[in-house]
Design a protein around this ligand. Structure first.
Ligand code: PRX
Length: 632
């Protein structure tokens, strides 16, 4: 097991060591895993390529580290504890031994359907144990998983399948989400009409609803299991072989396939999981994220299983059957570490304390937050009512691209400061730069957040387009990884993340590219042009505000609004629906035709009295018109 930090002094010593001798430090952590062959060199890197390789020449399979190596010591310990959407349905648990066999069985199914090392497999599934099993089964056979959050539309799913030229999809018939039943298979069927590379669609029966069947492609998972062995030797992988692709939004219209590799990701997710959450033997750890996002990859599946933890998966939503569900589950399963998103905290806070009070939260030891800056009010509500003012809250800053938690308190060790992610983990070297790229040193400063030295779980490329990876993350400030976030460092060196400085909106902790939403809205036949910005939203953190120009004045605003929402749902998914839509005659543009989003953002957040210099606009009068306009 990697080093478990026990005190703040220990943290400081380890941090200093990790900067003075990164290779020695990470070699020591990595040596605690099971490698088929030890690496020849710890690190090769340059950020110009970028070309980053950790544990060069090392051979391993990450599932041997998640599963096989635990069998002797913790074979009968619960690995995955699953709580269904419906509280009257029984939870299911898998011990490490059961999980091992389940993964082997699924791995053999993949192999029997022609999946080989290097093939891409898309997972579009509800939060059921089979999703975690499918993730691990891919890793076992060396296939690259691309999990797509099951709230994305068929068009968004098809785009992701095609970008990665996936050979197989694994889905379910349907998905129970709160009181709704989502027709997952129908969505996949629609997507597959435009996905020529898919050979097999493996379907898990979850809801039992009627589904259309395409015998040339569709295979029921329970039928595929027939006669399949529950032992499957793991494929030997190079440390730098791809482990997975995960799509995330950026400033341009097309989502990027962020690529993570086997060795470094393994070492960093285990190390960060253990140290941030201070997981102790026998604890029950619960991260409420969906495996469709990076948080679920790193801190529901890989990190906890690598550390031999008991990790809980929840199928449902925080408000079903009522807003007490999270706390009811914490009581029922005696959860020790609870990790959620500020948007969920705010939504539950709004429902009132009567949903918290009935439950005994005495088992909780650590609370976590992720996905967006946590505001002061939510932090205190969490602290007062869930933590009874006595628990550490780890505000964990990181990104899909970073693979693991970068800046965060270590629970019970790092002194807390509300709304601050506090200090970098060992091995992480953040720097603040100004707009010109000069490093801003010292404390009590603000600027753009970069990282100046590689860490094991950083992204290696964007799938199929390395140039894009270079341009987005490594070109703005040569020699540094640019996060896209603004940050403040306080008088004593604590980091506070301010938020995105690019055209990415963070809605309920999920990244949505403004250009993606604009492209979707522009598909409406009457929309000539649109511009989308984020604005402060009480529950979601940021809401989506769309300004649209129509070709002909719409006769019925209600219908137009409904049509736009429906198009966005169809092209991206319900998470990207604009909260506010305003019809305008023109957009504020520079003489070179660039939309001045800064101005639109100020109008959207109600601070249009502070617009600053508008003299570079082609037609400054549009600003007054937009400011005086009304929503549809
Ligand atoms: O803006 C930061 C915000 O979420 C972005 C990363 O989004 P994503 O790749 O979807 O990953 C989310 C889960 C790791 C960051 O650029 N963000 C994430 N965590 C925090 C945060 N902002 C402030 N505080 C955080 N703890």
């Amino acid at each position: 097991m990697t080093h478990r930090i026990k005190s703040f002094e220990d943290y400081q010593t380890l941090y200093d060591r990790s900067v003075a001798d990164p290779e020695g430090f990470w070699a020591e952590q990595a040596s605690t895993f099971q490698w088929r062959k030890t690496w020849d060199r710890v690190l090769d890197w340059n950020f110009e390529g970028p070309d980053v390789k950790w544990f060069v020449g090392g051979k391993l399979n990450i599932t041997e580290n998640c599963l096989d190596r635990h069998l002797e010591t913790r074979g009968d310990q619960v690995a995955i504890l699953w709580e269904p959407n419906d509280p009257t349905e029984s939870p299911i648990s898998y011990t490490y031994r059961e999980l091992y066999h389940a993964v082997c069985r699924m791995a053999n199914v993949l192999k029997s359907r022609g999946i080989q090392k290097g093939d891409r497999v898309c997972l579009y599934m509800p939060m059921v144990p089979e999703l975690a099993i499918a993730v691990l089964a891919c890793a076992r056979v060396g296939a690259i998983h691309s999990v797509v959050f099951a709230g994305f539309s068929s068009k968004a799913l098809a785009d992701r399948i095609n970008d990665a030229t996936c050979k197989m999809v694994i889905c379910s018939d349907g998905n129970f989400r709160g009181s709704k039943v989502i027709p997952v298979k129908d969505i996949v069927d629609e997507a597959l009409k435009t996905c020529p590379t898919i050979e097999t669609n493996l379907v898990l029966k979850r809801t039992g609803q009627e589904v259309a069947w395409h015998a040339d492609q569709d295979v029921w998972l329970h039928e595929a299991y027939q006669g399949v062995s529950d032992e499957c030797p793991a494929e030997e992988m190079d440390a730098e072989d791809m482990l997975f692709i995960l799509y995330t939004s950026g400033s341009t219209g097309k989502p990027k396939g962020v690529v993570h590799t086997c060795g470094g990701y393994m070492v960093y997710t285990e190390f960060s999981f253990k140290n941030v959450f201070q997981y102790d033997e026998g604890d029950v750890y619960w991260c409420t994220a969906d495996i469709g996002w990076i948080t679920g990859h790193s801190y529901i599946v890989y990190g906890p299983l690598l550390a031999g933890a008991t990790t809980m998966m929840f199928e449902g939503v925080p408000t079903y059957p009522d807003a007490g569900r999270f706390w009811q589950i914490c009581e029922k399963h005696k959860v020790n570490q609870f990790y959620t998103a500020p948007t969920a905290i705010r939504a539950l806070e709004a429902k009132g304390l009567e949903y918290v009070k009935p439950y005994d939260l005495g088992s909780l030891k650590v609370l976590g937050s992720v996905g967006e800056p946590i505001n002061e009010e939510a932090w205190h509500w969490y602290d007062d009512n869930i933590g009874a003012k006595g628990l550490p809250i780890v505000d964990t800053w990181w990104q899909t691209e970073t693979g693991g938690i970068m800046i965060s308190p270590l629970a019970g060790i790092t002194p807390l400061k509300p709304c601050h992610a506090t200090l970098p983990l060992p091995g992480i070297q953040p720097v603040i730069v100004d707009a010109e790229g000069n490093e801003v040193e010292g404390n009590d400063v603000e600027g753009l957040l970069c990282v100046k030295f590689p860490w094991p779980s950083m992204l290696r490329t964007t799938y199929g387009d390395h140039e894009r990876c270079k341009n987005v993350y490594f070109s703005a400030f040569p020699g540094k990884y640019f996060t896209g976030d603004g940050v403040r460092r306080d008088e004593v060196g604590n980091y506070r993340i301010i938020g995105r400085v690019d055209d990415v909106i963070n809605v309920s902790g999920h990244r949505i590219g403004t250009a993606e939403v604009e492209n979707a809205i522009d598909e409406h036949p009457n929309v000539v042009e649109s511009a989308v910005v984020g604005y402060p939203h009480d529950i979601k953190g940021q809401g989506i505000y769309a300004y649209i120009i129509c070709q002909q004045h719409p006769s019925d605003m209600e219908t137009l609004r409904a049509e736009i929402l429906s198009i966005v749902t169809k092209v991206i998914g319900p998470i990207a629906k604009p909260d506010k839509i305003q019809l305008v005659n023109g957009l504020p543009k520079t003489r070179s035709g660039k939309i001045m989003r800064r101005i639109l953002r100020k109008i959207a957040d109600g601070t249009s009295d502070k617009l600053g210099d508008t003299s570079t606009l082609l037609d400054p009068s549009v600003v007054d018109e937009i400011r005086d306009g009304v929503l549809i």
